[in-house]
Design a binder for this molecule. Structure first.
Ligand SMILES: [Zn+2]
Ligand SMILES: [Zn+2]
Ligand SMILES: [Zn+2]
Ligand SMILES: [Zn+2]
Length: 224
C-alpha cells in the first residue's frame, strides 16, 4: 500500500492539521480557554493512536477508565464484546479508577481490545487544563478517512476488504473488483468486511463504530 497521509480537523476551528501537528494546534486553543475558579473542572487532553490512525480527546479528570473504554469501543473497536485492558503487562489499571489518579502531562499507557485478535492502542497525555466544559469526553479530532485505493484496479476508493487475504497483495477492493475477487476466493463471502476508519478494520467481524459515523466510512475523492 502506498504511504498514506493522516490528518484531522480541529473541533474548535475546523482547520486541518497533520497527525504530527494536531496535538500542538489543539493545545493552543485549550490554553486560551483555560480558566481557574468556579465552574471550571480539570480536563486532560489525550492522544490515542494506532499506527497512523489517531483520536484526540478531552477527558474529565473525574471520568473513570471504564468511561474511556466505552468511548473507544463506540468509536473504534466494538465487534462482539471482547475483553479489554488498560496498562502495561503486569501493571493493569483498574477500570473503576478515575483517570486523574494516573494521568499527568507526558503519561503514557497501552490499551488492548480483544486478547485473541488484539487491537493495541497507545494513549498519551498531551496536556492538563481547567475548563468550563460539561461533557465527560469531547472528541477534539480524529484522522479523516485514509485514502486507501482498490489494490486491484488502483483507481477507485477501496470499500471492501477480504479479511483472509489481508497481508497479501490484493485485500482492499472497490465494489466491482470485490465481485471479481469473489469468483476466485473461496472464503470471500464470509471474509468480506467494509473499509472503515478504525484500526480494527478487517479484524474479527468489525463493521464500524456507532458514534461520529460520518467520518467512519470510505474517503471521497476530492473534486478538482
Ligand atoms: Zn483549531
Ligand atoms: Zn469480535
Ligand atoms: Zn477496483
Ligand atoms: Zn479473498
Amino acid at each position: 500500500m502506498a504511504k498514506l497521509k493522516s490528518e484531522g480537523k480541529c473541533y474548535y476551528c475546523n482547520k486541518v492539521s497533520s497527525k504530527a501537528g494536531i496535538s500542538r494546534h489543539l493545545e493552543t486553543h485549550l490554553k486560551k480557554m483555560a480558566v481557574e475558579g468556579t465552574g471550571s473542572k480539570q480536563y486532560f487532553h489525550i492522544r490515542v493512536e494506532a499506527d497512523i490512525m489517531f483520536l484526540q480527546l478531552l477527558i474529565s479528570g473525574d471520568a473513570n477508565f471504564s468511561k474511556l473504554d466505552g468511548f473507544l469501543r463506540q468509536i473504534w473497536l466494538e465487534c462482539c464484546g471482547h475483553m479489554s485492558q488498560f496498562g502495561n503487562w503486569g501493571s493493569e489499571i483498574g477500570k473503576s479508577r478515575k483517570v486523574k489518579e494516573y494521568f499527568s502531562k507526558g503519561f503514557k499507557t497501552k490499551y488492548e481490545y480483544d486478547f485473541g485478535s488484539t487491537t493495541e492502542l497507545t494513549i498519551k497525555v498531551i496536556g492538563e487544563h481547567f475548563l468550563k466544559e460539561k461533557q465527560a469526553i469531547v472528541l477534539l479530532s480524529r484522522n479523516e478517512p485514509l485514502e486507501i485505493y482498490c489494490q486491484s484496479c488502483g483507481k477507485e476508493p477501496a470499500s471492501d476488504i477480504c479479511s483472509v487475504h489481508l497481508g497479501y497483495e490484493e485485500a482492499f477492493f472497490c465494489e466491482d473488483c470485490m465481485e471479481k475477487h469473489e469468483e476466485t476466493c473461496e472464503d470471500a463471502e464470509y471474509a468480506q468486511l467494509p473499509v472503515v476508519n478504525s484500526p480494527r478494520m478487517g479484524t474479527c467481524g468489525y463493521t464500524g463504530g456507532s458514534i461520529d459515523t460520518e467520518r467512519d466510512g470510505v474517503f471521497t475523492v476530492a473534486k478538482k
